[in-house]
Design a protein around this ligand. Sequence first.
Ligand code: NAG
Ligand code: NAG
Ligand code: NAG
Ligand code: NAG
Ligand code: NAG
Ligand code: NAG
Length: 309
Amino acid sequence: MIKLASLALCHAVLSFSNFQALAAVTNTSKAGLAWPNGNYVDIKQFLSTEKVSWYYTWGPWPIEADIEFVPMLWGSDQVSQFNSSIDGTVSKQHVTAVLGMNEPQQSTQSNLTPSQGAEIWTQYIQPLHGKGLRLGTPAPTSAPDGKTWIQEFMSLCANCTIDFVALHWYDVNATAFQEYIEDFYNTFHLPIWVTEWACQNFNNVDDQCSYEDIQQFLAQTQSFMDNASYVERYAWFGAMENLQGVNPDDALMTSSGKINELGVQYIGGNATVILSGISSVRLDPTCNLRTLQFTVIFTVVTSLLLYFA
Ligand SMILES: *[C@@H]1O[C@H](CO)[C@@H](O)[C@H](O)[C@H]1NC(C)=O
Ligand SMILES: *[C@@H]1O[C@H](CO)[C@@H](O)[C@H](O)[C@H]1NC(C)=O
Ligand SMILES: *[C@@H]1O[C@H](CO)[C@@H](O)[C@H](O)[C@H]1NC(C)=O
Ligand SMILES: *[C@@H]1O[C@H](CO)[C@@H](O)[C@H](O)[C@H]1NC(C)=O
Ligand SMILES: *[C@@H]1O[C@H](CO)[C@@H](O)[C@H](O)[C@H]1NC(C)=O
Ligand SMILES: *[C@@H]1O[C@H](CO)[C@@H](O)[C@H](O)[C@H]1NC(C)=O
């Protein structure tokens, strides 16, 4: 009696909220957040589906978050901050991997020759292999010199323990993206982390993706990476209020830091989340799983109390 009654109530709550059953979210661990927002923006908005499992901050500084932090050594200006904090971060946080320098072949970014890159990497990143961390290459842009930079870096860092290749990609063609990633994998035979990518035309700034193009591009590139066994992790650009020159329609949040429709798409909110023991539901962008669970439990308990009163 009681069991049937509470089950009926759960169904009532679920159908009242107009949820629909769909297929489950899978391959939940690859998606990450490139996060420049500190604790100022609530990262929990992106964690309700559990599709996002890690984040990085372009530096050695973690924020308050319940997902895995990946420290990064951005460039030569960051070495002393990185070196003085990394041991503490590794012992206090759940750290499994570390990222190398940011866009080394760009003069406005970390601006390093492959030789300078190999030197910094050997001095500050290589020792972390001994702490059990997996080590990533510097992440070049998708300009033509990106791949050659990594090739030269690899030959100069021949004794380095490189576990994965990190890279960035900005352009507008999802098929070209896929071919680029496949080419990197076929060249280096290492797992790939795409630590920045977006639908953004840097070759012709007057010809940017429409919002629909972006939704389509994100869907196609993300499902390609979820399916490709050699793509280990990825982080879209970007989860930030201001995209700093990249097409603002690529933002995963509003200008006031609230997850938006593209953000919901990124975290798999259009697919289904398994609500343990109750049912399979569609996660509405405005519905937080915990709120839903609370509502269900609250309704059941209240009904039972009323039943026995
Ligand atoms: C890095 O930090 C360690 C202490 O954590 C220190 O012993 C070492 O000298 C530092 N290395 C450099 C090159 O700053
Ligand atoms: C790699 O290590 C070997 C053996 O220690 C050494 O002979 C070689 O010069 C090193 N190569 C580089 C690029 O450092
Ligand atoms: C997208 O890239 C693919 C692969 O490089 C190419 O065959 C195709 O023509 C491109 N599409 C457009 C619209 O440029
Ligand atoms: C998934 O990956 C497999 C193996 O690489 C490939 O054959 C298949 O076409 C991919 N499917 C999709 C939908 O990309
Ligand atoms: C999940 O990942 C595995 C291994 O990378 C792959 O074989 C599978 O096709 C992926 N499934 C989906 C739904 O993307
Ligand atoms: C996700 O849902 C939104 C709103 O219903 C829709 O506009 C968008 O196209 C969907 N995206 C995907 C990838 O299904």
